[in-house]
Design a protein around this ligand. Structure first.
Ligand SMILES: [Zn+2]
Length: 195
């Protein structure tokens, strides 16, 4: 994970509140909700368009990544079923795959689309590391590409939703899973409803 290019920071409005993305000319470095959005003040706004707060980049390549990311997020929030047909924003940190963490992120992003969930243990098996559930949990906690690397789709093997952002944003995980069509009863994912 080496990138020596300069990285610009942008803010977005979204249905799950303000998000911050960091982008270099090669693509996205990170995407996440503002740190100050937590369970106690999470106030989702279904139907809110995703848009850039502040001015555009003067670098055309950076601006192209900004727009692609906004387009992808709008597709995701408007109708999650369509998002698989939208070009996934280019991700800079994935240009040199190597670490366990990056392998887990990539496998999750590639294989567990909307309408799917996976347990920590199953995901460990998918990267040929059976038994490494704890390490998978750590990789999820370190995820810097929220939603794009869908760590909210990783749940406990008993079906319970588990933690999000080290337990500070569990209501966001619930909201995203429900947005993707899951029913959650007594903190457990119990089945897909029609969306
Ligand atoms: Zn970069």
């Amino acid at each position: 994970m080496v990138c020596i290019k300069s990285v610009d920071v942008f803010s977005l409005m979204s249905p799950i509140g303000e998000m911050v993305m960091k982008i270099c000319p090669q693509g996205l470095h990170s995407l996440s909700q503002c740190d100050n959005i937590q369970d106690k003040n999470f106030d989702p706004q279904k139907g809110q368009d995703v848009f850039l707060i502040g001015k555009k980049s003067e670098n055309d390549r950076v601006q192209k990544h900004v727009e692609e990311c906004i387009e992808w997020l709008n597709a995701y929030f408007r109708d999650v079923r369509n998002v698989i047909s939208i070009h996934m924003p280019d991700i800079c940190v994935f240009t040199e795959i190597g670490s366990f963490q990056e392998r887990v992120w990539l496998s999750l992003a590639k294989n567990i689309g909307p309408g799917k969930v996976v347990s920590y243990g199953e995901l460990a098996k998918m990267v040929n590391s059976p038994g490494a559930s704890q390490a998978v949990g750590n990789a999820m906690a370190a995820n810097s590409l929220q939603i794009l690397v869908p760590c909210h789709r990783v749940i406990r093997s008993d079906g319970s939703v588990g933690q999000y952002a080290k337990g500070k944003k569990n209501s966001v995980k619930n909201w995203l899973l429900q947005h993707e069509g899951w029913n959650i009863v007594n903190k457990k994912v119990v089945g897909l409803k029609n969306i």
